[in-house]
Write a new protein. Structure first.
Length: 268
């Protein structure tokens, strides 16, 4: 009996040590370990998110890590692709998504968005010798777009939803490749993406043109499942980052200019 009690005491003591060790592994600086959130993205959209030596990097990645830290979380960012990220968020197999996702009324029926964190608009990528001067000139042209984006919506508004001259691709890299190979006359996509492409590929003789009357301003938001409790925390963190200078620091790292915070704040 004494032996049994001694063994029981030993087992309980060992169990408490294990619990103590587990607790220690979940603490940092005397506090509880931050919960790690699963973030999904489409890492084919430089400079917002892309893969570099197997790692997902970009403006959105730095941004979401900073926002999560501000809100008291850590994140694990995973590349899943454009269409799959919406499936994951709807099915709640991921906590949130960040991938230059435009906030619009159609998406808000199925998902929740954070307050806006980026201002964008669609522009047109063309060869330097193209006769395209505005969006109206696209009407008799073959235009490549990324499927499921506002670029696709804008072009289909101009050319018609069933127009065979609208070529849809899995991502913008493939759309640009189609332009390079002569299979399209233009690409319509978010301004930052195609401007970055032109800057990084000066020998390809592409230019970007703007048509403010044809393309509306767009605002990106972090995507959440409907009624996610994280939304309020991340909204607060984004606003705080815009006040404390952290957002501007990340923005300037990637785009070399100051962000237009006044317009972003007006939309919040």
């Amino acid at each position: 009996m004494k032996k049994f009690k001694w063994m029981a005491t030993l087992i309980v003591s060992a169990f408490l040590l294990v619990l103590s060790a587990c607790g220690a592994s979940e603490t940092s600086g005397g506090g509880e370990k931050k919960k790690t959130l699963r973030v999904v993205t489409d890492a084919a959209y430089a400079p917002f998110e892309y893969q570099d030596k197997g790692e997902v990097v970009g403006f959105d990645v730095d941004f979401i890590k900073a926002v999560a830290k501000q809100a008291g979380y850590e994140v694990k960012v995973e590349h899943v692709g454009w269409d799959p990220l919406f499936v994951e968020i709807k099915g709640k197999t991921a906590d949130l998504a960040v991938s230059a996702i435009t906030i619009n009324d159609d998406r808000k029926q199925t998902y929740d968005f954070s307050v806006p964190y980026f201002l964008s608009t669609n522009k047109i990528l063309i060869p330097k010798d193209s006769d395209i001067k505005s969006a109206a000139d696209l009407k008799d042209k073959v235009v490549a777009v990324q499927n499921g984006t506002t670029g696709q919506e804008a072009v289909e508004t101009l050319l018609g939803k069933e127009n065979k001259n609208v070529k849809k691709f899995k991502d913008n890299n493939l759309a640009i490749m189609e332009l390079k190979n002569g299979g399209a006359d233009a690409v319509v996509a978010d301004n930052t993406v195609i401007e970055e492409y032109v800057k990084n590929n000066p020998n390809e003789n592409f230019i970007v043109i703007e048509d403010e009357g044809a393309f509306d301003k767009e605002f990106y938001g972090v995507l959440f499942p409907k009624e996610s409790k994280l939304k309020a925390e991340f909204d607060k963190a984004i606003k705080e980052m815009m006040e404390n200078g952290e957002y501007t620091k990340i923005y300037k790292k990637w785009f070399k200019v100051d962000p237009d915070l006044s317009e972003l704040k007006a939309k919040q």
